[in-house]
Design a binder for this molecule. Sequence first.
Ligand code: SF4
Length: 215
Amino acid sequence: MSIKSEALRYLGHKDQNIPDDQMQLMDSVIEETLMVAEPKTVHRIFDIERRDGRIVIPADIDLNTDDLKRLLIRSQAVMLIGGTLGLSIDRKLRYYSKTDATRMIIMDAVASALIEEVCDTLQSNLPFEHYTFRFSPGYGDVPLTMQKDLLRVLDAGRRIGLSLTSSLLMVPQKSITGVVGIGDKELNRNRSCDGCRLIEQCEYRKKGTVCYKTN
Ligand code: SF4
């Protein structure tokens, strides 16, 4: 799926026709976002051992929440991943928040689609056929605090400049971390909103969409 269609979905567009001038604006924001963004990713892959029903990997991180155990139930390995578009996009979004709110909103959606795309591309270039969906801290029963462990295990601060504020916001803002199962047969790729702690105040759902790819 293209960055444009994903960004439009984040903005709440369904299949309605988009006027030419809006489409031109979208194209121009995509072009600018691609020019400004400095995408970087970091990942590590660990074989999974199972001991007494617990997932054990050779890294200092505990993946034994109910949802992660369900995610990884048929996986032989797990990938921890972090990705960011860098600080330049944050600066651009701040600039447009003061000068052009429409452009800022569109760029925010485009950047969200782009960072997902960057991580998807990384995964598709690795020599594995079957992945689960990317499970990010804050979703289901995985606490946001797990981001600290992911960033530490990935050495993400040093390797891609990705860190956390004391209130667990990622810096740069357009960044993601996640846990992905890897296996030798078809794995759970179906994400849903069930169990998401943001469900009551979710801005995506208010617009009639979701934050993840649906096909
Ligand atoms: S769309 Fe909203 S409620 Fe659903 S998983 Fe994403 S953040 Fe959570």
